[in-house]
Design a protein around this ligand. Structure first.
Ligand SMILES: Cc1cc2nc3c(=O)[nH]c(=O)nc-3n(C[C@H](O)[C@H](O)[C@H](O)COP(=O)(O)OP(=O)(O)OC[C@H]3O[C@@H](n4cnc5c(N)ncnc54)[C@H](O)[C@@H]3O)c2cc1C
Length: 290
C-alpha cells in the first residue's frame, strides 16, 4: 500500500528543522532511518501531514566519549555502533547489543535515537539505555532539555517528546570503576524482534563489591522495563551466583509478558530469569577483567 499524501521538507540545518517543527506542530513527523516510520505510513497506521527529513543535517552522526559520556548523535545508524571502536572501548552493553538489532539492511539505515523515539516495547536500544542510566537530549526552538531514559518512554509507542522536539543525542554515563555489561536476546530467527531481551550492567568497587547495577528487559511488557528491585538487591553485594539468582527471580517478577506467537508468558518469564543470571555473570567477569 502507498502512504497517504504528505508534505516533505529536508532542511540543511538543525535550526531550520526546529523552525519547521515549531511552525507545523502536532501533525509533523521527523524522518530519520525510516525503518519504523515508513512501514507504519504504508500501512496507514501513521498519516503525518508532513515529514521533516533530518538526514541532510550535518553534525548529527557523531559517536564520541567526551565529558564523562558516551554520546550517540541522532543520525548514528545501528551499524555505525556495531563497528565503532569508541563504543567497544567505552560500554560493553551498548557494543554487545548493536549486532542484535534486526538485519544488516535495517542496521544500515535505522538509527539508535529513532529507535528510542519510536518506543516500540520490542526495541532493543531502550533496554540498553535503561540499564546503563542513559539520558536523551531533546531540542526545540526555545531550548534544550535532558530527559532521563527512565522518564522518556511513557507508554507503548509513546514518549514524553513534544511534537516540536527533536532528539539530538542519547548519552550514556561513563562509570567510575571497573565495569562490564552485555545484552542477551532470544529471537526465533536471525533479524527477528526479541522474544525476550535482557540488558545488564555492573560496576564494582576496589574490594570487588557491586556499587552500580543496571538491568532492563525487552518485549516482556507494554514498555521496556527496568528491573529496579533486582538492581537494588545487588548494590553492596558480592557478585556471586546466589546474588545473580535472586536478581533473576526479582526481574522475572517485574516482567509482564503476554502469550503470543513467540512463546507463552511463563516461558518468557523463565527466559528473563535465566538471561538476567547469565548476563550478570558475564558483566561481573568483564568488570573483573577491566
Ligand atoms: C524488518 C525490520 C526488523 C527490525 N528489527 C528490529 C529489532 O530486532 N530490534 C530493534 O530494536 N528494532 C528493529 N527494527 C526497528 C529498527 O531498529 C528502526 O530502525 C528503529 O526502530 C527506528 O529508527 P529509524 O531511524 O529508522 O526511525 P524512523 O523510522 O525514521 O522513525 C521512527 C519514529 O521515531 C521518530 N524519530 C526518529 N528520529 C527522531 C529524532 N531524532 N527526534 C525525534 N523523533 C524521531 C519518527 O518521527 C518516528 O515517529 C526493525 C525494523 C524492520 C523494518
Amino acid at each position: 500500500m502507498y502512504p497517504a499524501r504528505f508534505d516533505y521538507q529536508a532542511p540543511a540545518t538543525l535550526d531550520e528543522a526546529l523552525d519547521v517543527l515549531g511552525e507545523r506542530g502536532e501533525d509533523v513527523k521527523v524522518l530519520a532511518g525510516g525503518q519504523s516510520l515508513i512501514p507504519l505510513m504504508k500501512l496507514r497506521f501513521a498519516q503525518p501531514s508532513m515529514l521533516v527529513d533530518i538526514n541532510r543535517i550535518p553534525g548529527l552522526d557523531f559517536i564520541d566519549a567526551s565529558n564523562g559520556y558516551l554520546r550517540i548523535g541522532a543520525l548514528v545508524r545501528h551499524n555505525s555502533v556495531v563497528t565503532s571502536d569508541v563504543v567497544r572501548r567505552t560500554n560493553q552493553t551498548v557494543a554487545h547489543a548493536a549486532p542484535w538489532v534486526s538485519d544488516p539492511i535495517v542496521r544500515n539505515l535505522g538509527t539508535v535515537c529513532g529507535s528510542l523515539a519510536h518506543a516500540d516495547p520490542q526495541g532493543d536500544w531502550a533496554s540498553v539505555m535503561l540499564a546503563c542510566g542513559a539520558e536523551v537530549v531533546a531540542r526545540k526552538k526555545s531550548g534544550e532539555r535532558v530527559i532521563p531514559m527512565t522518564e522518556f518512554i511513557t507508554d507503548v509507542f509513546t514518549t514524553q517528546l513534544e511534537p516540536d522536539e527533536l532528539v539530538t543525542e542519547v548519552r550514556v554515563p561513563k562509570y567510575a570503576g571497573p565495569s562490564g555489561g552485555t545484552y542477551l536476546k532470544l529471537e526465533r530467527k536471525v533479524g527477528d524482534y526479541a522474544t525476550v531481551g535482557v540488558a545488564t550492567h555492573l560496576t564494582l568497587d576496589a574490594a570487588g563489591r557491586i556499587v552500580q547495577a543496571g538491568i532492563a528487559m525487552t518485549a516482556v511488557g507494554a514498555t521496556n522495563i527496568k528491573a529496579v528491585e533486582a538492581e537494588r538487591a545487588l548494590i553492596g553485594a558480592e557478585p556471586t551466583a546466589d546474588a545473580f539468582t535472586q536478581a533473576g527471580r526479582l526481574a522475572a517478577q517485574a516482567s509482564e509478558p503476554q502469550d503470543d506467537v513467540r512463546g507463552s508468558a511463563a516461558y518468557k518469564r523463565h527466559v528473563v530469569e535465566v538471561f538476567v543470571h547469565r548476563g550478570l555473570a558475564t558483566a561481573a567477569e568483564l568488570a573483573r577483567a577491566a
